[in-house]
Design a protein around this ligand. Structure first.
Ligand code: HGY
Ligand code: MN
Ligand code: MN
Length: 415
């Protein structure tokens, strides 16, 4: 059965019931029961709509439609996992849009209305968010050879559960039949902007041409455990104080550069022993720096290293920063951008070229496969929050755009 655009909103509402939260969002971190429930539902959806479902060793969930036996695939997708207490749209919108577009174009090909030179596949990448298991974009990193499968599978969450164990709870296990990179000719993804540039400029769709660069660190601050009351102030080596100095330094670092050139955050903190009457002996935390200018990012990391030294001296602690994940400012292929623009124009949608600040699975895919990346507006730019929202008309416009892009890719329009 093929899809129509109007079914999309009903299906999206049904999908959003998995892991739904009181505030209208979803909570389905990678490999949890809520994530598995969504994956099972999506697998049934794929089967109902003529796809063959398969899962790879890294937990990536695929649906394939064969039109040209033996030909490589146009792959469309995004991710169904979410951050804790998150919105409905981040990732999930793109997965259902992809499946809908693939189903529509697959039916057109079977009816002889388009002339395919490739097959169609959709993907739900495992653990794009990286909230439960770091790093983010895990499934697409393994798929593109940037992360070893063994390292991904051995990653643990904070309770010590491995990715292997979390994946074992799935409805479908790998049987070697899933797509691999060698079978993929083109990739396309649509996502909510997670910023407010499209909304502010009144533009209907964005065609992503570049990504901000990112550097993510795990920071460990080692001090000495002692009594919060009895220890003299000059004797303290308070790891939480050292961490606090560094958190403030990271935030203030952004002001050293032109507005909009550097985003910095510390958003996760683990304190040992985390007790009311004991000074912390160790804090581990993340540090996330992003910039649209690689040179700015390098200078920011240097400066932060100096400020970390000062935080260490002032607090009597040892501070270690370990780079855990990074990506550069590699542009999306101009041919893909041109194809996105031509598709938007054909449909009469206002469009703009846009940079993505967030990382996406397409950030990985574009480095190895010609890729098209599209955005639809996010109301007020809110994301990673239950209030994340994209208007129905914008969501549907995006599905229509991705369908047109798929049609063109399937016919070999990107060369
Ligand atoms: O931007 C991020 O780090 C996430 O992968 N979306
Ligand atoms: Mn996302
Ligand atoms: Mn996200």
């Amino acid at each position: 059965m093929s899809r129509t655009y109007s079914d999309f909103l009903d299906d999206f509402a049904a999908m959003s019931s998995f892991g739904s939260t009181d505030g209208g969002g979803v909570d389905r971190q990678a490999g949890t029961a809520e994530d598995h429930g969504t994956r099972r539902w999506f697998g049934q959806w794929l089967t109902r709509h003529g796809y063959t479902e398969a899962v790879d060793e890294a937990g990536n969930q695929f649906g394939t439609i064969e039109l040209v036996p033996g030909a490589p695939y146009v792959l469309l997708g995004s991710h169904l996992d979410s951050q804790p207490l998150a919105g409905r749209y981040d990732g999930a919108y793109g997965v259902l849009a992809a499946a809908t577009a693939g189903s529509i174009v697959g039916a057109e090909a079977r009816a002889g209305k388009v002339n395919p030179v490739y097959n169609i596949a959709v993907v739900n990448w495992f653990n794009e968010e990286g909230s439960r298991f770091a790093p983010s974009m895990m499934g697409s990193s393994v798929f593109t050879g940037k992360l070893a499968l063994e390292d991904a599978l051995a990653t643990t969450d904070h309770s010590g559960t491995t990715v292997t164990k979390a994946l074992a709870g799935g409805h479908l296990l790998p049987d070697g039949s899933a797509l691999t990179l060698t079978n993929v000719a083109r990739y396309a993804e649509i996502h909510i902007e997670q910023g407010r540039n499209l909304e502010e400029s009144g533009t209907q769709v964005g065609v992503v041409d570049r990504t901000w660069a990112a550097s993510k660190f795990r920071v460990t601050v080692d001090g000495a455990q002692s009594h919060t009351g009895a220890t003299r102030m000059e004797d303290r080596r308070d790891a939480l104080y050292g961490a606090a100095l560094l958190i403030a330094a990271a935030r203030e670092l952004a002001a050293e550069f032109e507005p909009g050139l550097l985003h910095t955050s510390v958003s996760e903190l683990y304190v040992l022993p985390n007790s009311p009457v004991t000074i912390a002996r160790q804090v581990t935390m993340n540090l996330d720096l992003r910039s649209p200018d690689e040179d700015v990012l390098a200078r920011a990391v240097d400066l932060l290293g100096k400020w970390a030294g000062e935080a260490s001296d002032r607090s009597g602690t040892d501070v270690r920063m370990e780079l855990t994940h990074q990506w550069g400012l590699v542009p999306y292929q101009p041919e893909g951008v041109a194809l996105g623009i031509a598709s938007a124009e054909r449909l009469g949608f206002t469009h703009t070229n846009i940079m993505t600040v967030a990382g996406h699975d397409s950030t990985n895919m574009k480095d190895v496969v010609p890729t098209v990346m599209l955005f639809v507006p996010s109301v007020e730019g809110i994301s990673h929050n239950e209030a994340e929202y994209t208007r129905d008309e914008d969501a549907l416009r995006g599905v229509e755009l991705l369908t047109e892009v798929t049609r063109r890719l399937l016919q070999g329009d990107m060369g």
